[in-house]
Design a protein around this ligand. Sequence first.
Ligand code: SF4
Length: 266
Amino acid sequence: MDGTIFDIKKYSIHDGPGIRTTVFLKGCPLKCWWCQNPESQNPEPDLILEKSIKREFYSEPEPGKLYIGKKVTSDFVMQEIEKDLIFYDESGGGVTFSGGEPLMQPEFLFELLSRCRDMEIHTAVDTTGYADRNILAKISGVTSLFLYDIKLINSSEHKKYTGVEVEPVLNNLTFLAETGAHVIVRIPVIPGITDTETNISQIIDFLGTLGLKRVDLLPFNQFGFSKYKRIGLENKMKDSPAIEPEVTDLLKKRFEAEGFNVKIGG
Ligand code: SF4
């Protein structure tokens, strides 16, 4: 089976436990203002508007026109994954499927997860949770761990900053918690948007009702922002400075005081 990816990152230590290979699938239903992977949003490869050298997961359908993203087979991805089996074994690591939103390519993702499971490779799916419930349920059956983003609880704010409604995200997280899936919640700490007292209190309350106590805080920075210009997308946060470490430290303490196990940076 084929799928479209835009990168495979080796030896990752921020995408789940241990040393991991992270496969980035193309396509995302959200348009977060702070997105560091804007090239992930379009399900199809993106034309690069500036002169650029060709990289591994760029395609060149005609000479001189470079696109970010490439169709690959599941066999190819599995070969890349299998090259690092020894690192997964020794570190308690595995494979993470990220994006974009990997659930946007459900059949490709399901096949890769199933093949990893058959080889006893630990898998993580890094998801927005904005997906069809039936797809999520099927994927959950072959996934070791979900890295599940919660950004904003307020419905209109979520719609404003991500482009989609929050209810499916919250309902799907409730479903995963109730069915006993292993979940780490990831919260992007975006200055003045997700780090407000109101939003943090609402997240703490919501996660408390689900009994989910493991949280990663992902501090905002401008890594990846040069990619907006390269593919012709507007960057609404180009002038926002990186978040101060003190802010994230305070948030960590806030969650810990409520009994959460918190890691900064994932
Ligand atoms: S969910 Fe992630 S990949 Fe999708 S737009 Fe938001 S930050 Fe970007």
